[in-house]
Design a protein around this ligand. Structure first.
Ligand SMILES: CC/C=C\C/C=C\C/C=C\C/C=C\CCC(=O)SCCNC(=O)CCNC(=O)[C@H](O)C(C)(C)COP(=O)(O)OP(=O)(O)OC[C@H]1O[C@@H](n2cnc3c(N)ncnc32)[C@H](O)[C@@H]1OP(=O)(O)O
Ligand SMILES: Cc1cc2nc3c(=O)[nH]c(=O)nc-3n(C[C@H](O)[C@H](O)[C@H](O)COP(=O)(O)OP(=O)(O)OC[C@H]3O[C@@H](n4cnc5c(N)ncnc54)[C@H](O)[C@@H]3O)c2cc1C
Length: 616
């Protein structure tokens, strides 16, 4: 499987290169690379073994290396002359980066670093492509000078001979084993023993080790985390794509499959006529659109921040970090759970490999873990919200994506309930700020009672997580509201199109309202009549969006090859394709399977003989 994936990935990368040269000659614009990686990734159901090379290895060389280091390594990596990965996670550590055990000791006598993974738990474990594909990696290690720890640093390390692909001396490398998905990616392990690299193999754009061993600290240590921020932005984009693919499949199947009359004596309707089926499928279509728009915003913010960081302006890093964390978490959680809901909406056929929903789930699900495990990133955002709440209490301005927190903090009570979009959006934001305030009170009480900040974060973890989750909802819903209601290009939309978008906004806001009704009722008084009115609106907007469901998912414009699903093909010939797929199963090559003579027949005969004996 791995070699097939590599073959497909290389073919697709060549195609991508020709597309880039045609549409973006010599450009360094990241989109063609991303689109290409998306395309490559989507075309290789078992995952793209070059993803981490494209998304992290080349980017780390460009952003963390000096111009000279880019010329030496980065250009060859961008041109796919060398293939690398990002080797940070270890067998024993993934989240707690300051606990990473791999070490780099500077030898000023030879102006080299001596790299070691001192224990089994120090082995790098998980990096994509590391097992068999890559011949280089970015090796993340704790830097030591005269045995004094200086923090994390990144090193360009060649792990295999460029001609023979043999592991180099001092390198122990291989595949970590079968996973629940992405089995074409050959995630690997790497042990290094007294492996020497020249001083100039340490990426030194932001921090340096001089020939005499003097250490020049980075002005902002967190800039070394920047490669992870980029992938978190990518996850938001990629996982909204996975959800859109699954929503396309389930929608198309739901207008082909007929089952269970709604009126006695009437013909069986398309299953999408059932209200409960609409509630399973249509909100997922809208969620995919909502996150695509949020991910595009995040991508723009990433590009602006990356350019600023290149100019040594680190001012926007904190906001990008906060947004990248919360959108990576929100998109990966909602896409993973949404894809499973869509699979279940397709009944038994949703469980067939030919439907491809299981594989889309297996591609989407690990994003809840890699690039920062979601519950950890929720806590990270919770901490940032605590810091920002202190700013609010001090009367200081907040970063733009948190400005609503300041506004809501000035409200002594929630205004008269109207149920309008603005009211629903403000309700989610108001509940978020209420949760932040409660979390802060708990956190602050703990710090005041002499708990360390780290311990206070841990013991306030449930409230911090809730506040972070509601912050994500507030940002995403606010972004969608702005795009639909206040977009500068709104006048270019036809009235019909604007109406569909407004129905999608109505559905998203009401769906989020009901999902967090408990959180909202904690801070806002809403009557049963007002809630029942929203229930009626939910049923009504599902009915209104039903006729547009297929058109919206067709607009995602996934080629049948990308969907790779007998349930979701554009022509709707589901049963013919399911049957065609079934006949291709190896077990159908013979009428009598080999196991009949070898196992089944003797087993049944033995039982029959025993039955006869017991009658005698
Ligand atoms: C086109 C699309 C194709 C594909 C789709 C996408 C993906 C698939 C392809 C590839 C992906 C496959 C594999 C993924 C690769 C990996 O998984 S790489 C390994 C990822 N590992 C992690 O993410 C580790 C998670 N841990 C952390 O990030 C950190 O440990 C932490 C953030 C949890 C904690 O940071 P610490 O420094 O340890 O402590 P802290 O006190 O919380 O933070 C100190 C201050 O630093 C700020 N900060 C932390 N992180 C960042 C950051 N990234 N950027 C900016 N600032 C950061 C933090 O806010 C603190 O600031 P203060 O002001 O409070 O001091
Ligand atoms: C498909 C896939 C591809 C990957 N690719 C790469 C790659 O290319 N390069 C790379 O370096 N890594 C890669 N990784 C590794 C990934 O980044 C780590 O798995 C991730 O960072 C989580 O670390 P961990 O697995 O060690 O879990 P741990 O850090 O051990 O966490 C385990 C669990 O403990 C809990 N936990 C941990 N810390 C805290 C905390 N502070 N507070 C509360 N709870 C906590 C959480 O529930 C967490 O799920 C990949 C992983 C996967 C699944």
């Amino acid at each position: 499987m791995a070699s097939m994936s590599v073959k497909h990935a290389i073919a697709a990368a060549k195609k991508l290169r020709s597309l880039q040269e045609r549409f973006n000659p010599g450009g360094s614009d990241i989109y063609p690379a991303l689109m290409g990686d998306e395309a490559i990734t989507a075309l290789i159901p078992s995952g793209n073994p070059l993803s981490v090379h494209i998304l992290m290895f080349t980017r780390a060389l460009r952003e963390q290396g000096t111009d000279e280091q880019y010329e030496k390594f980065g250009r060859r990596a961008d041109n796919n002359e060398i293939i690398g990965t990002f080797a940070q996670t270890e067998l024993g550590h993934g989240t707690y980066l300051r606990g990473l055990e791999a070490r780099a000791d500077y030898d000023r006598g030879t102006e080299e670093f001596v790299l070691n993974t001192p224990k089994l738990s120090s082995y790098k474990w998980w990096p994509g492509g590391l097992g068999q594909t890559c011949n280089y990696c970015i090796f993340v290690a704790q830097l030591y000078i005269d045995n004094e720890a200086k923090g994390m640093a990144m090193f360009v390390v060649q792990i295999r001979d460029e001609e023979t692909h043999m592991p180099l001396p001092g390198v122990h490398v291989g595949e970590i084993g079968k996973k629940m998905g992405l089995n074409g990616v050959n995630n690997g392990f790497l042990g290094l023993k007294d492996y020497r690299v020249p001083r100039l193999n340490m990426l030194m754009r932001h921090q340096q080790v001089l020939p005499d061993g003097r250490f020049v600290k980075s002005p902002v240590s967190q800039v070394s985390y920047f490669p992870m921020v980029f992938v978190r932005c990518m996850v938001a984009r990629q996982n909204s794509n996975y959800l859109a693919q699954a929503a396309t499949i389930a929608t198309r199947y739901s207008v082909i499959r007929r089952q269970s009359p709604i009126e006695e004596g009437q013909p069986e309707p398309k299953i999408l006529e059932h209200l409960t089926q609409q509630m399973k499928v249509i909100p997922e279509i809208v969620t995919a659109v909502v996150y695509r728009l949020a991910a595009a915003n995040l991508q723009n913010m990433y590009n602006e921040t990356a350019e600023a960081v290149y100019r040594k302006d680190f001012s926007r890093l904190p906001e990008l970090h906060a947004l990248a964390c919360i959108l990576k978490v929100a998109t990966s959680y909602d896409s993973t759970y949404g894809i499973e809901r869509l699979r279940q909406a397709c009944g038994g056929h949703g469980y067939l490999t030919a439907g491809n929903l299981g594989n889309i789930f297996a591609m989407a699900a690990p994003a809840c873990t890699y690039e920062g495990e979601n519950s950890v990133l929720y806590l990270q955002v919770g901490k940032i919200l605590m810091k920002n709440w202190s700013q609010v209490l001090a009367g200081r301005e907040l970063m733009p994506s948190m400005a609503y927190i300041s506004e809501c903090s000035k409200m002594t009570s929630f205004p008269q309930w109207t149920g309008s979009w603005e009211c629903l959006l403000k309700a989610i934001q108001y509940a978020c700020v209420g949760s932040i305030r409660l979390a802060f009170q708990s956190y602050n009480a703990r710090v005041q009672s002499a708990q360390s900040q780290t311990a206070a974060v841990n013991y306030s973890g449930l409230e911090l997580t809730k506040a972070a989750e509601l912050h994500g909802r507030s940002y995403v819903a606010g972004n969608f509201y702005q795009q639909i209601v206040n977009s500068p290009n709104k006048h270019q939309r036809s009235p019909q199109f604007q109406k569909v978008l407004e129905n999608m906004l109505e559905l998203h806001l009401i769906q989020i309202f009901f999902r967090h009704l408990g959180d909202i009722l904690r801070f806002i008084r809403i009557t049963e009549d007002e809630i029942s009115a929203l229930q009626r609106r939910l049923e009504e907007v599902l009915k209104e969006l039903r006729p547009d469901a297929v058109a919206i998912t067709d607009a995602f414009d996934f080629n049948d090859k990308i969907l790779s699903s007998a349930l979701g093909c554009y022509d709707g010939n589901v049963y013919e394709r399911l049957f065609e797929a079934a006949l291709k199963h190896p077990l159908n090559r013979k009428s009598v399977p080999d196991f009949f003579e070898a196992h089944l027949k003797p087993f049944m005969k033995e039982n029959a003989d025993n039955a006869k004996k017991s009658k005698l």
